[in-house]
Write a protein that binds this ligand. Structure first.
Ligand code: FES
Length: 290
């Protein structure tokens, strides 16, 4: 599947393009680079790409202008931004124009590969919220609680995130039916709600297990070989990232930084933080939750 995915990396720093190429090609993607928005548009006029990874600050045609062009002319292409510390405003602008996710600068190969994998899943699903016809069977009390939250926030600006948070608290996750109901209630498009949900890692579209494991793939953890522990968890629990064990006991997620870099490599189970994790320590830690 990965070989058919064509990715365009747009950045005015050649070194970023080069590192993206190395990582993404090793994951089996077909990758090309463009040194700015102008070159990217020229390339996209001649070729089609499944995904574009773009920097935001670039001379001439900047990232937001490029994303707006893509949304208008190539609406099927998924967009991921590559950015330094993203401010709330940058993220807000980018979300409004419909990005899937972001890669923080500097990034580790694991984070880039992980974001690419999720972005590919996203483009294959093609905003499933648009296609839902039947309402999933949620208890009426849950539906009325959701509607009450929507009503409470309806005319307040910037209400999507708090409403999604509260509704995730009610249902436990945010399936397409719930997203669609929220979009309708807040007068937003299902695609706008869907980009917010897929963007923020604290939202989930799948039910989580009784215990949610989050493992950090950020720089500090990556250099201390967190991947070995991640592989051990995957093997011991027989699940992949994003899945739930058969007995619904554990779910597994990856994050970019847990804000505890001094303890690297770090993982969090529910609210408990574990530092200096190694593959050897994993069975011992998991045993406490069995
Ligand atoms: S990089 Fe892992 S906690 Fe910051």
């Amino acid at each position: 599947m990965a070989e058919e995915i064509k990715i365009l990396v747009v950045d005015d720093e050649p070194v970023i393009i080069r590192s993206c190429e190395i990582v993404l090609k090793s994951e089996g993607y077909n990758v090309e680079g463009a040194l700015g928005g102008k070159e990217a548009i020229l390339k996209m006029e001649q070729n089609s790409y499944d995904l574009v990874f773009t920097d935001l600050k670039m001379p001439e045609v900047d990232g937001i202008t490029l994303i707006k062009w893509i949304k208008q002319k190539r609406p099927d292409t998924g967009v991921v931004i590559i950015t330094g510390y993203p401010s709330q405003d940058t993220i807000k602008d980018a979300l409004e124009v419909g990005i899937i996710d972001y890669v923080p600068k500097p990034f580790t190969p694991a984070v880039l590969a992980d974001v690419a994998k999720r972005a590919v899943e996203w483009i294959h699903k093609k905003t499933p919220v648009e296609d839902i016809e039947k309402e999933e069977e949620f208890p009426p009390s849950m539906i009325s609680e959701i509607d009450r939250v929507i009503k409470e926030y309806k005319d307040k600006p910037g209400s999507a995130i708090p409403v999604l948070q509260r509704c995730q608290g009610i249902v436990g996750y945010l399936p397409p039916e719930v997203q669609k109901r929220i979009a309708k209630g807040l007068n937003l498009t299902p695609a706008q709600i869907h980009s917010v949900v897929s963007f923020y890692s604290f939202f989930t579209m799948k039910p989580r297990g009784d215990h949610n494991i989050r493992i950090c793939l950020g720089t500090a953890c990556y250099v201390k070989r967190v991947e070995e522990s991640l592989n051990k968890i995957k093997a011991d629990l027989k699940i992949d990232v994003g899945d739930v064990t058969e007995d619904k006991k554990f779910s597994l997620e990856t994050v970019r930084c847990l804000g505890a870099c001094g303890l690297a490599p770090v993982m969090v189970i529910d609210e408990e933080t574990y530092g200096a994790v190694t593959p050897k320590k994993i069975p011992e830690i998991l045993k406490d939750y069995a």
